[in-house]
Write a protein that binds this ligand. Structure first.
Ligand SMILES: Nc1ncnc2c1ncn2[C@@H]1O[C@H](COP(=O)(O)OP(=O)(O)O)[C@@H](O)[C@H]1O
Ligand SMILES: CC(=O)N[C@@H](CCC(=O)OP(=O)(O)O)C(=O)O
Length: 265
């Protein structure tokens, strides 16, 4: 069965309707696709850090991650959030298995070449064996983006980047679930959704400031995974689970990132 990686963004995690979990379970039961979940958790990490009086700092949408911040990110994502998603699936009678990228060396990483971000990694290898094992046993894997480095080093990975790497390794589609209906732009005082974007379009929208903040790593990792063999990536609104069905049915919804040339907007 075709696998699909669903990245669930931190922006929407706490508001996802029951229908979202029901739909993913149904897709699996009806053998439409095999969902693999990768999640983020930025806002909840911010909250936890704030309670500890630690400031959150980002460079191009990536969190500057000291050792202390890494421990908090791991606690929040691999603990609280991961288990909450697993419970939400199980509440709808789905079988979900939560694991972090550290478990079984599922996500292996090295420090990102930037120098300013601390323990932020880029994925060097995905041990897909564990994902396939869970899928073969009828489960839904739920993966948090903390990765294993050399020795006991661990890295904080942006959720979109981790999801892109998993989709690449599985050679499947990547669906990025967020709190917006797609990449938007105000043109002639009207807000429009860009339904199709290529790398060239994306870089122009970043340069002009239309795409900013957390949307930057989202579109960049979606594009990077296309180069790594992912056939298509799409950004969809988590509040509208039906958009997932519409997308799978080929309807014009969300923002599709692809190297094919499409009509604009
Ligand atoms: N052009 C754009 N269109 C839509 N959202 C954008 C755009 N540029 C930046 N954003 C911001 O990106 C956010 C989504 O990124 P992020 O908060 O990292 O999401 P997630 O947590 O779902 O990964 C949106 O809520 C919005 O604030
Ligand atoms: C390196 C880095 O920035 N890691 C992210 C991981 C969480 C994430 O990506 O969450 P979203 O889905 O909310 O974007 C962070 O620490 O916030």
């Amino acid at each position: 069965m075709t696998k699909v990686v669903f990245k669930v963004g931190g922006s929407i995690l706490q508001e996802l309707p029951k229908a979202f979990y029901e739909l993913l379970i149904e897709l699996k039961e009806k053998k439409i696709c095999e969902p693999v979940i990768v999640h983020g958790g930025g806002p909840e990490i911010n909250q936890a850090l704030e309670q500890m009086n630690i400031e959150s700092t980002f460079v191009d949408g990536l969190r500057v991650t000291t050792e202390e911040v890494l421990e908090v990110a791991q606690m929040v994502m691999s603990g609280t959030i991961n288990k909450r998603i697993v419970s939400s699936f199980q509440n709808q009678n789905g079988k979900a298995i939560g694991l972090s990228g550290v478990d079984g060396n599922l996500l292996q990483a090295k420090q990102i070449q930037n120098g300013k971000l601390g323990f932020v990694g880029e994925v060097t290898k995905v041990e897909t064996f564990w994902i396939d094992m869970i899928l073969d046993a009828g489960g839904i894997p739920v993966i948090s983006p903390i990765a294993a480095g050399e020795g006991e080093t661990r890295f904080n990975i942006n959720g979109d980047t981790a999801a892109g790497a998993v989709a690449e390794a599985l050679g499947c589609k990547l669906v990025l679930i967020s709190n917006i209906p797609g990449v938007m732009e105000t043109i002639d005082q009207k807000e429009v959704i860009h339904h199709h974007l290529t790398k060239k379009d994306v870089e122009a929208l970043i340069d002009s400031g239309v795409i900013y903040g957390g949307m930057i790593p989202k579109v960049r990792s979606a594009l990077a995974s296309l180069q790594g063999g992912v056939e298509e990536s799409v950004i969809l609104n988590g509040l509208e689970p039906n958009d997932i069905l519409k997308y799978l049915d080929g309807e014009k919804v969300g923002t599709i990132l692809s190297e094919k040339e499409f009509e604009h907007v």
